[in-house]
Design a protein around this ligand. Sequence first.
Ligand code: SF4
Length: 688
Amino acid sequence: MDVKYIPTTCPYCGTGCGFNLVVKDNKVIGTAPWHRNPINQGKVCPKGNYAHEFVNSPDRLTKPLIKKNGQFEEATWDEAYKLIASKLKSFKPDEVGFFSSARISNEENYLVAKFARAVVKTPHIDHCARLCHASTVAGLAAVFGSGAMTNSIGDIADSKCIFVIGSNTFEQHPLIGRNMVLAQQKGAKLIVADPRVTPTAKQADLYMPFYSGTDVQIFNGMMHQIIKNGWEDKEFIKNRTKDFDKLKALVMQDKYNLENTAKISGIPADRIATAAEWFAKADSACICYSMGITQHSTGVDNVKSIANLQMITGNLGRPGTGVNALRGQNNVQGACDMGCLPNVYSGYQQVINEEMQKKMKDAWGVDTIAEGKVGYTVTDMINVAADKPGTLKCLYIVGENPMLSDPDLHHVKKGFDNLDFVIVQDIFMTETAQEADVVLPGACYAEKDGTQSNTERRVQKWRKAQDPPGEAKLDWQIICDIAKAMGYEKQFSYKSAEEIFNEIRKVTPSYAGITYARLDKADAVHWPCPTVEHPGTPILHKEKFATGDGIGILTPIEFKYPAEVPDAEYPLILSTGRCLWQFHTGSMTRRSEDLEREAPTGWVEICPEDAKALGIVNGEMVRAVSRRGKVDITAKVTEDIKKGEVFIPFHFAECAANILTNNALDPIAKIPEYKACAVRIEKITGGN
Ligand code: SF4
């Protein structure tokens, strides 16, 4: 039997586990452990285990499609390219926006950014990091000078105290959760703060149930307690930070004492006191967080507060410490690194810096690249399309599904209806692809060589295991073909993913020392890695921060309530998130039989007391209503959620949580407040 095992990297969460794809007769038929993988040592979660199932789904897109009279018709690649090239040329550069993707490789993200800036000459390029960790990138860059996870995944197992907030790690990043358990087995304390008693919370040594959106109050309350007891790290504060006096003046106010923090957050005061003591007194303590922290109108404030806590306790730059922002998707870190953001080129080189503009123009062999302009974010693009018709006329969307993932879906649909021309490049006919004028069939992770960068800044390889189905093409080849059709033959004449990667290395200092040969030998390298001799950087900020003067900036942050709080009409707080078995908008997991069977549709979690008051029983179909829309959905009555809170997973189009969510944005990061909006739950009476 001719069976091959191809080592590659998981296409789901940001952990970036490795496994082998099992290939027979040029078809992927299964997964198998890759024992020497440095991240997961051969272990995977259910999504990784079944990551082969969607690859050869009969639903895969196999031919270009062009919409005529409201119906898609199959087309040749030449027809699709000609139409796209002529349309893109017909718009002013500022009228075109690009959504790049956490699903495609670094090489492909780099080319989408190059195509947007050098060919279409628009500054409007962004991707779904805007919806998950834009607050991390902005918040940490402001205080540390670098916006990425500071430590490594393996390092978590060496921590003496782990504080998890805004992350259901055991379901969303299970192989990172494994490192938390390994730490506990060595005596570490695990503190978990969450409005729900998640599987992660159940593993905690100390659980802190809190009301969504009260994060800053909790951090300030803990710092109040630490400073009051003299537990702060005075040496670290003196040598590595500035503005401690300003921070102290704020957090020592009575409004941040234990009693008031307990009242506002809903956490019993003794638990806040214990958490502060365990955390401050541990030899090494890290914070792991995810979208429960970032997806707020105060997302940047939340992230800066985490940085404050880590700096005043001296928990940075050492093993077992750190600000560990757990990235949601497999290559969301890489899409940021490659400059698929409206304000930076690859390696976070500012678009407003004239030296950087010249460097990129020279490297790309073009005269103009929309230089000097910071473009629209993903959220701006949807808002402008919906609210200022005619400003943005065309969107080119690669591997993203805003028609299910973005907040206030009725508003998103209005935006799409106002556009003149939409191009979607994907592997399945998603809810967003249905809105397109042209759909281009791309290739999935199992069909291409390339790299991705996981949450801990580790650059890893994808390796081709089978051909794309039908006439589907590699995503980088599609971008190159359209660029050539628009007259940019010379600038897009790549023969392989490695050739693109070598161009990335030339223009991106943090990737300069990483080569395909090194990745094959070492399996992975952490950026920054400036030279081929450099070993890579698993821990950031060891001696100094990446700020101009190397000093970390402590920032006094006042607590603010979420943009929408409960009232008589909408008395409950809705939070959204993922479950173990599904991933994001389900375009891949819902085509995986084994995963879909475990979680075939959505639900709303509500506590027994709230359910009883509404006369609702477990399993009953109810209506969730917000100021933006309503969703009929099954009630799951459970003790595992705090009174006053409800939770809906956002994977399911038939009961889409994002019909309800609020498009209120963080003013700096422009990230939506997915984690707190006001809703009511109604009984459905006959005929409604
Ligand atoms: Fe894939 Fe994440 Fe599961 Fe690892 S933990 S197997 S990367 S989904």
